[in-house]
Design a protein around this ligand. Structure first.
Ligand SMILES: Nc1nc2c(ncn2[C@@H]2O[C@H](COP(=O)(O)OP(=O)(O)OP(=O)(O)O)[C@@H](O)[C@H]2O)c(=O)[nH]1
Ligand SMILES: [Mg+2]
Length: 369
């Protein structure tokens, strides 16, 4: 083994090499003299927000996680609360062995103030149980804004009981941002690990040493193919991913009216009395109202232009929209479009249809407001 093979990139965890600029982990040999080494891909991500594609497969990432079951550690699973089901890690119980799990809902800064945190936590507990996981505790945080990090970090430190801590989750939920935030709280140093809005930023395990010789460990995100992020172009990720607190938009609709969310999703009000529908999606998504009877034709003629994203040049690879009908049972029900947001329906008995790209999920839940 040559000497440089022992270096790992502090940004993404990949093994550093100085031979081949086209391959993963490349860094010029001059950079090896620096105190902390980052690979060229991380350098470009940090400074130019440009991503170099990697050809690691789902299996490669799963293999990395498979080792966790054999260790004695505390598992912190992070989900994006704005995309709970789309950012769930299916089959996590297979990786964790007998280890305890803490569930952290990240990106709480995006929720409108009207959303009650305790309702969200209860829903997360209930949903986790249904998905086969029983976390010891559920916390909400904003890794980016540093909200509730101190409390959560303290709880993790207590619960780890002298063990390692693995931070796991689907791609893009904010695992690395969360760890950076904890490092910042403790040492004052910022942005150690590379983060970005592109799914698949962290490439291997990154160990942050703790005082007692144990480690806080970042891991590459597993790709959940139900995540809306995988169906839109890199450029459009910025549009569908909310950056600021969501401003709910209220639409008064009559039955027989339809809303389009760009060209990514559609909502039909099939039957019921005139009613208000509250849309919680990224402020940058264009919502277009039309008559349901004209909606199919409108979509055919205008998807990729007026109804965008997706853009015209992406239409070939964009999946068809799939329709699912719901009858709303409770007053105040959220119709959730995984990865895009949700619509709060206020009246029971209303019939609606939700459309999302094939592969993405829709579901209903009791409103969080
Ligand atoms: N609004 C908001 N965005 C966040 C928060 N935490 C992370 N993000 C954003 O989410 C995106 C992904 O963050 P990362 O920390 O790279 O996510 P990750 O889970 O490490 O992703 P992979 O390494 O790809 O698995 C970035 O664009 C972050 O800025 C948060 O608390 N609020
Ligand atoms: Mg990461």
């Amino acid at each position: 083994m040559s000497e440089q093979e022992q270096y790992l990139c502090v940004g993404c965890g990949v093994k550093v090499q100085t031979e081949n600029p086209a391959e993963l982990g490349y860094t010029p040999s001059s950079a090896l003299e620096k105190e902390s080494i980052i690979c060229q891909r991380c350098f470009r991500l940090k400074h130019y927000n440009e991503v170099q594609d990697v050809n690691l497969t789902d299996d490669d990432f799963l293999k990395i996680l498979n080792g966790i079951g054999q260790t004695d550690a505390l598992i912190v699973m992070i989900v994006d609360i704005f995309d709970f089901n789309g950012s769930w890690l299916p089959g996590l119980h297979r990786f964790v062995g007998n280890n305890k799990i803490i569930l952290v809902g990240n990106k709480v800064d995006l929720l409108p103030k009207s959303v009650k945190h305790n309702k969200l936590i209860n829903w997360m507990k209930q949903e986790s149980k249904e998905l086969g996981l029983r976390p010891e505790e559920v916390y909400l945080v904003s890794a980016e804004k540093g909200k509730f990090i101190k409390e959560t970090a303290a709880a993790i430190d207590e619960m780890r009981n002298g063990k390692d801590v693995y931070v796991v989750g689907c791609t893009n939920v904010g695992k690395s941002t969360f760890i950076n935030r904890i490092i910042k709280e403790v040492t004052g140093e910022g942005d150690i690990i590379t983060t970005s809005h592109f799914p698949g930023t962290t490439l291997d395990i990154i160990k942050i040493p703790l005082e007692d010789g144990k480690a806080l460990i970042d891991s590459p995100g597993i790709i959940n193919h139900h995540q809306m992020a995988h169906y839109v172009d890199k450029k459009d990720l910025k549009i569908i991913t909310p950056k600021k607190e969501i401003k709910p938009k209220v639409f008064q609709l009559n039955e027989g009216q339809t809303l389009f969310f760009g060209g990514l999703a559609r909502f039909d009000f099939i039957s019921g009395e005139r009613n208000s529908f509250v849309c919680h999606v990224s402020n940058e998504i264009n919502i277009h109202r039309t008559k349901t009877e004209n909606a199919d034709e409108l979509y055919r003629n205008h998807v990729g232009e007026m109804l965008a994203p997706p853009r015209k040049d992406e239409l070939d690879s964009f999946p068809e929209l799939v329709r699912q009908e719901f009858t709303i049972k409770d007053a105040k029900t959220d119709v959730v479009f995984s990865g895009l947001g949700w619509i709060t329906v206020n009246q029971p008995g209303v019939k609606i249809a939700a459309y999302v790209p094939k592969g993405v999920q829709t579901l209903t839940r009791k409103s969080l407001i």
